[in-house]
Design a protein around this ligand. Sequence first.
Ligand code: 5AD
Ligand code: SF4
Length: 446
Amino acid sequence: MKKVFIQTFGCQMNVYDTGKISALLGHDGYEPTRVMADADLIIVNTCSIREKPELKLHSFLGDALKIKRNQDRPVTVAVAGCVAQQEGDKLLKRYRELDLVFGPDAVPRVRDLVSAARSEAPGATRQVLDTKFLDLETYAFASDLDPASKGQVGSFVTIQKGCDNKCTFCIVPTTRGKEVSRPSEEILVEVRGLVANGVCEITLIGQNVNSYGLKVPGELTFAQLLYAVAEVQGVERIRYTTSHPRDMGSDVIQAYRDIPSLTSHLHLPVQSGSTGVLRRMKRFYTRERYLEVVAALRDARPDIVLSTDFIVGFPGETDADFEETMTLLDAVGFASSFSFKYSPRPGTPALKLLKDEVSPELAQARLMRLQERQREISRELNAAMAGKTVDVLVEGTSRYDESVVCGRTSGFQMVNFPGSLDLVGQTVSVPIIAGFTNSLRGEAPL
Ligand code: 5AD
Ligand code: SF4
């Protein structure tokens, strides 16, 4: 057996791709290892969404190439993911000992790529590059199940790749190409396979799930796909991410009335509370429209828990624009949010707006204010859960204390409560005694 070490940075798409890479390489005798120095093949699956995650690649590669240099057996080093797609050949030129660079579209071809790139002499290198984009007709989604899904409570299932939106800040359309929907039959086969492996929570993933299927005549819509997944025996919970507020249709909102296994949590990235900023981001919705979607969702599912993403300091963002983001945060009462300072990305349309750049200090001050207010709101919402009893799908024991288990509510709140490993995979009723910024504490289940 050969050993493969895979380091994953970035979003759920990358986590999923890593699972597929590991499943595919399993056919060639590679088994996963957690110790990089033991590996015959080291892969780093990279993210380029902002500058910070992109920088992680370079320190990681330094370590990986040092291992390759110092072993007396052949070690292959590969860069995958969004930085691989974006930088391509430049990476091979910069790191002469790097063996392989392949983009997200090349994941299904990883077995051939690794065998082409692998040198049998220690320290030798044959540089191989694959950053080809495939289109609707030629793209095939890998069907092998991630071996790590066995025994897991939840699993991701990809339903589309790429993105046809043109949000001006975003690099994803450049790194992951045009949107391609995965045939619904294949999705359902994967869901059934995962359930047979013991998985009971399915998270459908894509860059813009609401536009699923729309380009393919006769394909299910996203809402129809939700109903179809809910029909699969053994699927207890369905989650999905990521949604675009513009495409959040009434059929998906209706699904919250009809499908009990569709969880009461939605991540709906708003980015900004100012219609002017949203226009410059080319998000194609207004602040008012976003609030209407939220109201419709709450009407359909009164206990729905909302989370979001914010970008602060987008070029041209005035104090008044930022105040609108702050008031939107309060108006919606997001349970949690990810917030970032705008980070200029190569080749994105927003680079043209940089003459109106917000100073790094001002952007930082805005970010701190937003995050502080978010923590207060999260704490208040979680504290208000005390005294309620919630259904928790148990995921595992606490890292710090084996007599404490953790799991999530339908609304995605993390709950810690007394219990043991045999509860993993079960849904139990837990009385909540306290709520903190990021989690709830419960008593032993009823
Ligand atoms: N700068 C800062 N944040 C960004 N995001 C995407 N691109 C950028 C960028 N250039 C954020 C958005 C998105 C999340 C995944 O990352 O908020 O929803
Ligand atoms: Fe990062 Fe976006 Fe690529 Fe995911 S799709 S890894 S968030 S750049």
